[in-house]
Unconditional design. Sequence first.
Lengths: 94, 378
Amino acid sequence: MERIFLEEASIPQFPRGVKFRFNRAKEQWVILAPERLLVPDETAVEILKLCDGAASVGTIIDDLAERFNAPRDVIATDVTAMLQDLADQGFVTA
Amino acid sequence: MTQALEPPLALLAELSHRCPLQCPYCSNPLDLERASKELDTATWLRIMDEAAEMGMHQIHLSGGEPTVRKDLEDLVQHADEVGLYSNLITSGVLLDEARLTKLADLGLEHVQVSFQDTESSNADRIGGFKGGHAKKIEVARLIRKIGLPLTVNAVVHRQNIEHVPDFLDLAVELDAERIEIAQVQYYGWALKNRAAFIPTYEQLKHTTEIVLKARDRLKGILVIDYVVPDYYAKRPKTCMGGWGRQFLNINPAGKVLPCHAAESIPGLVFDNVQEHSLAWIWENSEAFNQYRGTNWMPEPCKSCDRAEIDWGGCRCQAYALTGDAGATDPACELSPLHQQTFGLAMREATGEAPEFIYRRIGADEEQNAPEFSGEPAE
C-alpha cells in the first residue's frame, strides 16, 4: 500500500471495511472502521455525503462552493485538507 | 448525575472461552466458562437485535477463539442484517479460505489476527500451540486475498519487545490496514505472569521512540495503535472509555460485564441476558452503576480536573493492586501506592523471567501464582 495524496481529480471513496452511516437510534452520522469510530462534524458530513465513488474532489468543491455561496479557494483548502486527513487515517481512499 | 445515560458504542461478544492457544497473558478471566454454559444461537441473535435497537454501532466477535462456534456464520450474517459493524477477533489458526470467503460474503467487515511474535518458534512457545505462527501468516494472507481489511494484533512484552520493528515490517508485508502494538495489560492470567512479561522502563521508552518514528514513516500506509502498560505512566488510562460509559462485554454464558476483566472484582453483581434485556441491564445493572460516573470516586480523584477524562482509570487494576476496587488506580502518580507499584514492576522487569503459567481451564488451581503485589493495601 502507498500513501494517497488527494488532488482535484481524485475520486474519494470509502474503502472496504469503512462505513459512513446514519445511526437512526442516535440520529447521528458516523464513520465506522476497524475498531474505530468517528463522529464527523456538520461540515465533514456535508463533504462525506458527496463521496459517492463517482464525484471527484473538484466536483465536490464546486458543489459546496455553490451551495454555501463561498469562495471556491477557501472551500478547496478545507475539503482537500479534511479528505487528506481522513485518507491518512485510513477512512478514505481514492 | 443528572445527564441522561448514553447507550454504549460497541458490544464485545465473547462467544466462547474455548481456544486452541494457551497464551499466558490471555484477557479471559482465570475462571473460564465451560462449553456447556455457552449461549445458543437464538440468544446471540436476540442480543444483536437489542444492541442495534439501542443504537450501538459495532460488534466485536471475540473469545477465547470465536471461530470454534459453528454458528459464527449466522451471527455475522445477522450483524449485517441489523446494521452492526462486525469485527472478528481471532487467533486465525482454525480458519481456512472457504470459511473466510463465506464470512466475507455474509458481511463480515474486518478481521483482527493476533500474533505472539515475529519469530515462529518463540511465537509458538508463547501461544503454546505448535505451528500456530505459520498458520497465522497463511490466514492473514488469505484475509487480504479475499479483500477483507486486516489488523495485526501484536502483543508485546519483555520476551519479544525487541521485535517491534519486525512486527511493523510484517504488518506492511501482509498488507494490513492497521497494527496494534499492544503491551500486555496486567489482569487475570497476565497478572499471574507479570514477572515473565513486564519490560523495563528503558525497553518501553526505546519501543515508544520506534513506534512514533514508524507512525511518521508509515503515514497513510499503516495505522499504528500503541498501547503501553500504565505501570510506567503518570496518569491512568481511560479504561474502556470509562466504566459503563461506552462498552459492554457479554461473556460466553451471557453475563453482562462492564469490561472483560470485571469478574476479577469480588462482590460485583452481574446480570445475565437470559434474565433481562440488554437495555435494562445497561441502565440498571448494579455492577455497571457501582463505578459509573464520578460519584463513587475517592479523593484525590473526585476533585481531580481529569475526573471526567480518565474516569478514575481502571477498577480491575485498582482491585488487583490495592485490594479495593474503589481505590485510586495505582497507575496514577497521585495514588499513595504509585511508587511502590512502579518499584515492584521495575524489580520484576530486571529479574529473571519465570516460567509461564499457561492459560487453560483448571490451570488456576493447579499452578501457584508467582509473587506479586496482589495483597490488599491495609
